[in-house]
Design a protein around this ligand. Structure first.
Ligand SMILES: [Zn+2]
Length: 47
């Protein structure tokens, strides 16, 4: 899976966050915090 914030390939499931029934994985706590601030912005980038 890919980090929706920075676009990096994520190899661990340490940092995950479920938003609107979809679980997203992140490379770092910073990316996760960034996503939580504005999930819609990053979800738009994925599609
Ligand atoms: Zn990241």
């Amino acid at each position: 899976m890919r980090d929706p914030v920075c676009g990096e390939e994520v190899k661990t499931t340490t940092y995950k966050y479920t938003y609107k029934s979809v679980t997203y994985y992140f490379c770092s706590p910073m990316c996760m915090a960034e996503f939580k601030k504005n999930p819609e912005k990053y979800i738009k980038n994925i599609k």
